[in-house]
Design a protein around this ligand. Structure first.
Ligand code: ATP
Ligand code: MG
Length: 200
């Protein structure tokens, strides 16, 4: 990794909705690895999502834009939502590398997603495409077993026991999501009636 190349963090997620756990993870990774920018990449149709109705991509994209708007180093990419079919990380990294050939990529991922790294499509190709940053996440243990030495760094971030699943459940039950997600995202959820009357 060259000294003079821009360092680009990549924070992939369903962001249904984006919450402060995601933002803190991105911010900590940026500070620790000297990232010039962190690009949030909402998934198209995620290949691994369990919950029945993933919110339409445009809503998830716009919530991510709202949540990141105030941070000059945070941006949002449409590469995954504009690509038809299921989202695989190898495609995300390939597209971002094509768009930003001058940058070194740092893929930021939580413990749960990291555990699935090895099961991802073309997993063996991933290690050359980006450096991986595994962030700790309450309730999940981080295991790097099977990942090539030096391909992943572990980053402990302040524990924020926030999940999108819990935010959806709260919105569905009419409970507050204030302070779990940015204010603009609270308002966006209310404005569009997201998560009401659906299985979380
Ligand atoms: P869901 O509950 O629907 O699975 P989520 O909260 O896990 O949603 P995702 O969009 O699936 O959110 O997560 C995107 C990335 O952010 C993943 O790599 C995940 O591990 C990480 N992440 C999510 N929540 C946190 C958190 N509280 N702290 C650190 N990392 C997190
Ligand atoms: Mg998740």
């Amino acid at each position: 990794m060259a000294e003079d190349r821009p360092r680009l963090g990549v924070m992939g997620g369903t962001f249904d909705p984006v919450h402060h756990g995601h933002l803190v993870a991105a911010s900590e990774a940026a500070a620790t690895f000297g990232l010039d920018e962190v690009v949030f990449v909402p998934t198209g149709r995620p290949s691994l999502k369990q919950h029945p109705e993933v919110t339409p991509a445009e809503h998830r994209y716009l919530m991510t834009v709202i949540a990141t708007a105030s941070n000059p180093r945070f941006t949002v990419s449409r590469v995954d939502i504009d690509r038809p079919g299921l989202t695989y990380t190898v495609d995300t990294l390939r597209d971002l590398r094509a768009a930003r050939p001058e940058a070194d990529l740092f893929f930021i991922t939580g413990a749960d997603a990291l555990a699935q790294l090895l099961t991802w499509k073309d997993a063996d190709l991933l290690w050359d495409m980006a450096h991986f940053v595994g962030v700790t996440r309450p309730g999940h243990t981080l295991s790097v077993e099977g990942i090539p030495e030096g391909s992943v760094s572990i980053l402990e971030i302040p524990a924020l026991a926030i999940s999108s699943t819990d935010c959806r459940r709260r919105a569905q039950a009419g409970e507050p999501v204030w302070y779990l997600v940015p204010d603009g995202v609270v308002q966006y959820i209310a404005k569009h009636g997201l998560y009401r009357g659906q299985d979380v």
